[in-house]
Each structure stands twice: as structure tokens, then as C-alpha cells.
Design a protein around this ligand. Sequence first.
Ligand code: FAD
Length: 416
Amino acid sequence: MPSATSTTPPPPEFRVLIVGGSYGGLCAALTLLDLSRGQVARFNFTENPQPPSRKIPIQITVVDERDGFYHLIGSPKALACDKFASKTWTRFDDIPALQTPSVRFVQGSVNSVDCQSKVAQILDTNTKETRKEKYDFLIASSGLRRVFPTVPQSLRRDEFLEEAKSHMDEIRKAQDGVAIIGGGAVGVEMAAELRILHPDQKITLIHSRDRLLSAEPLPVEFQDRVVSVIREAGVKLILGQRVVGTTTIETEGGRRIWHLTLADGRSIYAGHVMNAVSKSIPTSSYLPKEVLNEEGYVNIRPSTQFLEDIPNAEHHFAIGDIASWAGIKRCGGAMHMAYYAANNAHQLMLSADKPEFIALERSPPVIGLALGKNAVSYTPDQGTRDGEELHESLFGKDMGYSICWNYMKMSEPCEA
Ligand SMILES: Cc1cc2nc3c(=O)[nH]c(=O)nc-3n(C[C@H](O)[C@H](O)[C@H](O)COP(=O)(O)OP(=O)(O)OC[C@H]3O[C@@H](n4cnc5c(N)ncnc54)[C@H](O)[C@@H]3O)c2cc1C
């Protein structure tokens, strides 16, 4: 017989490991925090949402190679303007909404994951040691591996500010103009942004195909509109030409000039060259091969869980850019999937037998480009649109930084 003073043991604490603390990873952490505290999730916009029936003890570990949240969308401006750069990177310790003992940040790299034993190996940046982390649920949100100057390569805020400043200085000093190679989403945004930030610089954008954004599943009308907006912004556009040679020349005054040779034999000279061509690849090398498709993206179900044939698949989720899911990779998509993954993991915590999952729907291609003061967008419903008002509604005054930050409610302190 239990004595009168005996108490029931506390419910088990669920350990959630989140790989990558960007749009997807942080939205998942915030959703789980809300739900575990018996509150409606901040990203639940359904009519008359009901809070969970009870609170659940939870311990979230977010591992990221960076020491903070970096607003990736702002990169075309941040890497050309040190003042803006300072706004776009917030150390995890400085995000009020995530300051709670229920969330722990580890700066490091997840090297491997064993789905069977539910153990991850983490190389900790500070201790330089690899350690094992046991988890109950894993959310993979580590995105794509991107090169400079698409994204900064620094992993600490202070180093990033230096990196942005030195890049900005190079652009400013480039007396013979700046050439950007690659007219995908990143290249066109860079070109337009540089025209605004450095209006005296000659900016040339070179793309190998006849149409900009040729790799995306977008209508020709959208691609053509981007061409007009880019030209109106004062960018010199060269289409249908591959860069076949790059050499540097030292002038008598000690200045370095880039000499680019195009496929038709033309020569282009520039004081600074930015390569926006490289294909970004998924960061999924830490996951077992069986969970990936041939390109390295994680195969998921509409619940965002790994496919059924993986051991403990129900406890493993993938969201954002790393997940194989229809549509153009976008930060809004990463946030949306994060809410689904966290909600579904929470359902399993509440009731492993009768979870009520929410399921992603196929997303059509949708895109919004910040092109200096202008923006161009495409959605299947509204077609192609552009204009300064559109820019204001999609990106505000800071390349979408405040829109994302406020959507995540990152300034609101976490209540106990
Ligand atoms: C220049 C540029 C402009 C863009 N503009 C827009 C836009 O205007 N609108 C829009 O919707 N989308 C835009 N995008 C796309 C958008 O940024 C991505 O879709 C979004 O960042 C995906 O978020 P995520 O959380 O999945 O991954 P990411 O934002 O890529 O974050 C992944 C995180 O995981 C970390 N990480 C990686 N590997 C590991 C590991 N092994 N261990 C631990 N941590 C790891 C990284 O450090 C990073 O913090 C843009 C992208 C770029 C590059």
C-alpha cells in the first residue's frame, strides 16, 4: 500500500533535439514551448483554436554551427552594408523569447544521427569535443550548405560583422565596377541591392541562359518582368552568355582588375566579381543514407515525419530547405513546416496511441524577390506583380527582417 505521504512520480520529460536554429528550427522550438506550457501555439491561425489539455515537461536542445539567428534573406544587403549587417544576426542568448531553462543552445555541428538508438553525435565548437546526445524526438532543420557571397561563412556574430565590412570595402573600392555571375534569385537580388547601396558603381549581371531565374519553375512573364525591373534599376544585364575565363590584371598603380571572357569572345572588366552560380546542397550528411533522396534531401510524409520504413520514423521530422517537398524553398515554407512538425511531435507526447496530426498540402511555386526599392512576386492566384508597394508589404524597410522577427514574436520574453 502506498503511504499517505507518497506522491505520483513526475511525468517524463521529453527531449527534443533540433538541428539548425534558423527560421525552421526556431519556429519549431517556439511552437513546442507554447504547446508544452498548455498554450495555443503562436503560429496557429485556425479559427477558435483550443489550448492543449495539459502541460508537458520538455527539454529542447537547439544545435547550430552559428552562435545566433541569422536573417538569411537579408544577405544581399547585409554583405554590402555593415550597418544593416549588425541588425541581421542576433546571438541566441539575446533572443528574449527563447530564454528559458527548457531551451538549451549548443554551438556545434551534428555529425551523425542513429535513428535506431536515437542518439546524435555533436561536435561542440567551444570544447572541440564530440559528445553523444540522446533524444526522444529529432527535428532536422539544417537547410542547405551555401557558399560566399550567397551567405557569410562566419559562425560568430563578431566575425560576421568583420566579414560584411571587408566585403563592403571591396565593393566600394572596386573602381572598375562590380560583375555578378549568375542570374538566379540570389544574383538578381544582389545586383539590385548594390545599385541602391552603391549608386555610383557600375553593376553588371551576367547569366548563361536567355532568361533570368531559368532554373526555377516560374512563368516566362515573371522572368521577363524581373529583367525589366533589373534594367530599370540601372543594372547592365548580359543574358545568354557563359563566363568561360577569369583572370586578374595588376595595373601600374597596383590596382587589381578582373578580366572575364564570355563564350562569344567578349571581354568584361570589373574591379570586383561576385559568384552567385554555385548550387547549394543539403546539409544532410549527418543522417543515414536511407532517409535521403538521390539529391540528399530528406524524404518526408505530409506530417513532416521521415518515411515509415526508417527505424523510429514517427519520432524523426525534417522541415524547411532540407526536406524534399514541392515548391520553391522559402523561409515562409520553413516556418510553416516547423509548426506542423512541432505540433505533430507534441501530439505524440500527449498521446502516442491517438495522435491527431496535421498534414502539409502540396505547395505551388511561389516567389517574392526584393529588387532594390522594387519587388517582383509570383503566386498562381495573383500571377506576376511588381512595384514599390509590393516591396513594402513583402519586405518592409529591412529586407523582411522585422516581418520575420515579429512573426516569431522573438522579442516577447518567455513566461514561466
Ligand atoms: C540570399 C538569399 C535570399 C533569400 N531570399 C528569400 C526571400 O526573399 N523569401 C523567402 O521566403 N526565402 C528566401 N530565401 C530562402 C530562405 O532563406 C530559405 O528557404 C530558409 O532560410 C530556409 O530555412 P531553414 O530553417 O530550413 O534553413 P536555413 O535558414 O538554411 O538554416 C539552417 C541552419 O542550420 C545550421 N546547420 C547546418 N548544418 C548544421 C549541422 N550539421 N549541425 C548544426 N547546425 C547546422 C546552419 O548554421 C543554419 O543556421 C533566400 C535565400 C538566400 C540564400
